[in-house]
Each structure stands twice: as structure tokens, then as C-alpha cells.
Design a protein around this ligand. Structure first.
Ligand SMILES: Cc1ncc(COP(=O)(O)O)c(C=O)c1O
Length: 462
């Protein structure tokens, strides 16, 4: 949806929006919106109502769990699918529940998103395997950590694909190593699920993935849902994280019998529409064929790398060889000469209608490491930021491809980058210290011409 939307530029022209920010959120699939449109007239409460609409909604909600299990190849006799808000919530839920002893170690990597790092801090000693200059996991370092910590390692917590360099981690090899020391593995699949077929493999396979988490808004279903797929026995231990309606079987003034799974971990009225949307997106991707999605994206990523490398002054972080596309998803972080990343991103947005992201992408430690910033430089920037001035914030520009992007989208970006490299752009930009963002002088977004919460839509003339 919205791929052919023509939106206003700085000079007043309209241009078709080019979304190269899929790693943050993808646009909705038309199939998802169509299905939600068909579902909403029947939407009602789930699990507790006896009316036709409640029975239908309950059936759809239950089926959504099964669809997500199928999407990752999970056997539902031993595994459960728990719906929540997003990947971040799912990892926090696992961090709350996962049994960790005082000396337990969580083995992770230096390339993790904050959402797969912060929840583990304070719960266990977190050790992080190094990443090579090309953005690959240093598997020798992984082996060193396994040898050093052995059975103290309770969990291996890794992203399926990096949201900075796009590197796809060797998750099944890591699973084998984790299981060999009696640990389990969590795969943060937020960046993997929209791009690669995930197969958790049978539970007794040494390469089995014990827990997988994913976000619907990164896989074309923006209705506020994420899923945690994992071993049932983990979530049957102890009391539910949140307690209340929906989590119980029996309640007396003094006693509680908790419900089974997934109910006990989905407290309160669930986001039924979000779950249905996520399931429709997953089913659509399966129908389309994840291998076809991958094939298209691998070739487009190679093209994007080739084109970017031809732009004078571009530095690509991580692997930049177009021939190494199998090991990465279409997430490419770069800088352009000495131009501030936030300025480049602003010009792309305001002057060409190209949506990218700039900054540290919720992976501050990793991004500053890739930038080669030393401790002193980082400390200086931290002091400034904590004083409320984000103008010197470190970062990169990130383009991220989705299944619908085309070579023309890449060409539009590259043409603009060449111009920016020659200081050939229209606006006079100033930086807002509180945000670190650049804005063009004398320009105000006219959002109301596209959408307004308070008034009727008045679309710009095409
Ligand atoms: C690798 C990775 N993990 C976790 C997350 C967090 O996802 P969410 O914001 O949907 O919770 C993101 C989001 O960008 C991500 O890229």
C-alpha cells in the first residue's frame, strides 16, 4: 500500500515516495489490509464471548497462532506462539521467564540491537562475541567464549540478521554449539523474518532454534503485534509475567490456577486484529515463496552495493562486496564523505522523497565501533548529548530494501548521493541541537494536505 503515493518535496513538486527504510517498518501489504477489512465487520471479543462474532474472532485468533508457528516451522506440540506488541516485548518476556542462575552467562554478539542486549543486562553476565571488519560474526571468538565459559552459558542470544550491516548470522551452527554445552538459543528474527525462510527445525535436532521472536510491522503488517515462538516448558514454569484476565483457570480469594499456553502469557484482551494481520502477512509471504523474496532481494542488494560503491566518497560499513549477497539481507549502512549523516538523510527526504534512516539504529555500541570512535571521542559526545545537544551524534545513513523495491529505487538514491557529494542540492539546512536532525530553512510540512486526524482528507492535486 502507498507505493505510488506522490508526496510534496521542498520545491513544491510532487514525487513518488521511495521507501528505503524497510528495516524500521515496512509498508502494509494490500492482502493484509483487504483481509482486515473483511475481518473487521465480524471482529469481537475472543475466548469469552458466545456470540457468532466472538466464536469467529476466537477461531481467527487461534488460527493466527498456528500460522505463525508454520511460518517458522515450529511444532506446536512442544512449542507455543505468544503474541505481544513487538520483538522488544517478546525478548523482555523471555528475559523475565528464562531460568538464569547467579553465575549464568548469556552469550551474545557485538552486533546486537539494544532490544537484544539491554533485557539481558542485569539478568546474567553478558559476553559478546567480536565482529570482523566486514561485519561478520567472528566465529573463532565465539568458540573462545564457549571454551572459556562452557556450561555456565545458559543462553545464546543473537540476531538473525544485523539491522546495521545486514549480516545474516550462522544461527543453526550457533544452535549446535549452544546445545553442546547444555544452553539454548534465542534468535531475534526482527530483521530476518521478512527476508529469509526461517526453519526452527525439529526439537530434537541439535540445530533446533529454541526461541524465535519477530515483529509484524517489519513484515508488512503494521498493527502492533509481535510474536515469541518457543518451548512450551519454559513458559509453564512459575507464575505468568502479567496476571489478570485471561491468564487464569480458577481464582478463589486465596488461590489461583493459571491457564495453559498461550493464554497465561497473553494477559488481558489481546490485539486480535494485529494477530490476524500478522498471520495474513506471514501467509502471503509463504504463498509468494520466501525463496522468491530472498532471490529478488539478494540480486537487488548486489545491485545497490555495486551502485553505491561507484559513488565518490561513499564508505560502506560491513561487507561491501556485491558477490557476498547470500550472507546478508538488504540493509546497507554508509556515510558520504564528511557530510553529516543526518544532513544526507534530510536532503534525501526533503528533496527527493526518499525515506532512509540515519543515526545509530538502536545499536549504539556497534555503530560507534564500526565508525572506529575511540573512548575519548565517545565520552565527549555522551557529555554533549546528556547536556541536551545531539548535534554531534555519531551515525551512518542506512538504506534497507524490501521485497517490493526495484533497481529504479536504488538509482534514485544514487543519483541524489552523487549530487549531494558535489554540494548540489537546493535547501539551506540548519541543525536542531535538541534532536540532531537537519531541517530546511523556510519550509513547513503540510501534512494536513495528505492526512489529518481532525479534518477531512484533502489530497494534493496529482
Ligand atoms: C535486529 C532487531 N531486533 C529488535 C528490534 C526491535 O524491534 P521492535 O521495535 O519491533 O520491537 C529491531 C528493530 O529495528 C531490530 O532491527
Amino acid at each position: 500500500m502507498g507505493l505510488d503515493e506522490r508526496l510534496p518535496l521542498l520545491d513544491g513538486r510532487l514525487a513518488t515516495y521511495v521507501n528505503l527504510d524497510n528495516a524500521a517498518s515496512t509498508p502494509p501489504l494490500r492482502e493484509v489490509l483487504d483481509a482486515i477489512g473483511l475481518f473487521l465487520p465480524y471482529y469481537s471479543s475472543v475466548h469469552r464471548g458466545t456470540g457468532f462474532k466472538s466464536r469467529l474472532s476466537t477461531a481467527a485468533y487461534d488460527e493466527a497462532h498456528d500460522t505463525i508457528a508454520r511460518f517458522v516451522g515450529a511444532d506446536t506440540s512442544a512449542n507455543t506462539v505468544i503474541f505481544g506488541k513487538n520483538t522488544t516485548e517478546a525478548i523482555n518476556k523471555l528475559a523475565f521467564r528464562y531460568p538464569l542462575a547467579p553465575r549464568s552467562v548469556v552469550l551474545s554478539t557485538a552486533m546486537e540491537h539494544h532490544s537484544n542486549d539491554l533485557p539481558w543486562r542485569g539478568r546474567a553476565q553478558v559476553v559478546r562475541a567480536r565482529v570482523t571488519r566486514e561485519g561478520r560474526l567472528d566465529e573463532d571468538d565465539v568458540d573462545r567464549l564457549f571454551a572459556a565459559y562452557g556450561e555456565r552459558i545458559a543462553l545464546v542470544a543473537v540476531s538473525g540478521a544485523s539491522n546495521v550491516t545486514g549480516f545474516v548470522q550462522p544461527i543453526h551452527r550457533l544452535a549446535r554449539k549452544a546445545h553442546a554445552v547444555g544452553a539454548r538459543i534465542l534468535v531475534d528474527a526482527a530483521q530476518l523474518a521478512p527476508h529469509r525462510r526461517i526453519d526452527v527445525k525439529p526439537d530434537d535436532d541439535p540445530e533446533h532454534l529454541d526461541y524465535v521472536v519477530l515483529s509484524a510491522h517489519k513484515m508488512y503488517a503494521p498493527f502492533g503485534t509481535g510474536a515469541l515462538v518457543g518451548r512450551r516448558d519454559t513458559f509453564l514454569q512459575g507464575e505468568p509475567e502479567y496476571r489478570g484476565g485471561g491468564t487464569v483457570e480458577i481464582v478463589t480469594p486465596t488461590d489461583v490456577h493459571w491457564a495453559g499456553l498461550p493464554d497465561r502469557e497473553e494477559a488481558g484482551s489481546p490485539n486480535v486484529v494485529g494477530a490476524v494481520a500478522m498471520a495474513v502477512a506471514a501467509q502471503t509471504l509463504m504463498n509468494e515463496g520466501m525463496d522468491n523474496v530472498t532471490r529478488h532481494e539478494v540480486s537487488l542488494t548486489a545491485y545497490a552495493l555495486e551502485q553505491l560503491r561507484s559513488v565518490e566518497g561513499v564508505t560502506i560499513y560491513g561487507e561491501s562486496d556485491p558477490g557476498q549477497g547470500q550472507d546478508r539481507v538488504g540493509v546497507i549502512a554508509f556515510n558520504l564523505g564528511s557530510s553529516p549523516h543526518a544532513l544526507v538523510a534530510a536532503i534525501l527526504g526533503y528533496e527527493a522523497g526518499i525515506g532512509v534512516r540515519s543515526g545509530c539504529f538502536c545499536a549504539q555500541s556497534y555503530v560507534t565501533h564500526l565508525l572506529g570512535h575511540g573512548a575519548e571521542q565517545q565520552a565527549r559526545w555522551r557529555r554533549k548529548q546528556l547536556a541536551g545537544d545531539r548535534s554531534g551524534r555519531p551515525g551512518m545513513v542506512r538504506l534497507s530494501l524490501g521485497a517490493y523495491n526495484t533497481p529504479e529505487d536504488v538509482d534514485a538514491l544514487v543519483t541524489m548521493l552523487r549530487g549531494i557529494g558535489r554540494d548540489d542540492y537546493q535547501g539551506q539546512y540548519y541543525q536542531v541541537a535538541e534532536t540532531g536532525d537537519y531541517e530546511p530553512a523556510g519550509y513547513a510540512d503540510a501534512f494536513h494536505s495528505c492526512f489529518s486526524l481532525t479534518g477531512p482528507e484533502t489530497r494534493p492535486k496529482r
